[in-house]
Design a protein around this ligand. Sequence first.
Ligand SMILES: [Zn+2]
Ligand SMILES: [Zn+2]
Ligand SMILES: [Zn+2]
Length: 390
Amino acid sequence: MPGRTLPTIPQADVAAHNTSKSCYVTVGTKVYDITPFLEDHPGGGDLIVDYGGKDVKDIMDDPASHFHSESAWEILDDYLVGFVATEPVMKSVTNSTHPADIVPLPPSEAGAEQLRKDGVNQPLYENTGMSCEEDLSKETDASSDYRTHKFLDLNKPLLMQVWRGGFTKDFYLEQVHRPRHYKGGDSAPLFGNFLEPLSKTPWWVVPTVWVPPVAYGTYLSSQGLSTVGLTSYWITGLCIWTLVEYVLHRFLFHLDQYLPDNRVGLTLHFLLHGIHHYLPMDRLRLVMPPTLFLVLATPFWYLAHAVFFYDWNAATAVFCGGIFGYICYDLTHYFLHHKTLPAYWRELKKYHLAHHFADYENGFGVTSRFWDWVFKTELPMTPPKVIKTS
Ligand SMILES: [Zn+2]
Ligand SMILES: [Zn+2]
Ligand SMILES: [Zn+2]
């Protein structure tokens, strides 16, 4: 009897699944999650949603609604997710000497494993616990998330929890790449003290702070270069940036396996990029804070001057083109997450959000897919039909 591994679901839980996003119905003690069927229902999805969380035996038998054939009942069976524990049922369970014969108990570990294998109620992408980009904006229940995963409590300052959590690297990496959504996209507490405002960077800070120095640097280098020289060095810098963008995201932000397995490593990972995967829709923890940017950009200043050692103006022009590329990148990244965009960017948006909800080990390009294509880390843009398990 295959149904034995299915969980018992409290009545209140069943009743709560009454929207087109998640719609359960019952027939007797059987609970069906018919959300995926809503679109296919011959009588229309809304008709079913009206019965969301309720028993549909009578309406399905009622010839006045519309005819439900034998196959309708068979279809329903495909969506069986558990058994409801109504009060009378629970009463007889309590009285029975063989309670498991009346309602199967919640699945044991082996049973849960079977459910997982069969893909019952499971997200499409096991690594992230999500199925689509809309999932990124679904509110996380902080306390149940904490109870289930024993990772971070979203209502308490996050940084100290990472620092003191004693997490192993593997556990940390597995958890931090499962997106959460805090209070409609608000910023969860990070420091929890007077430093809190420093952890937040609105998107407009990036052009405000960095466009003036780029303009000034470009002006300086224009003093010693011809227009053609200036333009070609500057555009060279811009092109180099696209590769830097890819390399930083893939090899620094997602240092993942090479990360030292200690609290310093994990905390730095969290501040650098982990928090953006943990809370991808947090508007104020998305673009790079200027201080962090300075730290990352300084070596590139010296690198540019080492490579183009023969001409200070050329090196500066290349650097300025590169920084301009960075500004475009950070703004693009912000807009991909938070704005409705014209066609070309809509595709990029899908692509980048897939990096969050589907596969964070691929799809590192934000402003283009070019380097993903070159280095074979391109994300497939048609969703897989099978469950991705690794
Ligand atoms: Zn990562
Ligand atoms: Zn992102
Ligand atoms: Zn990433």
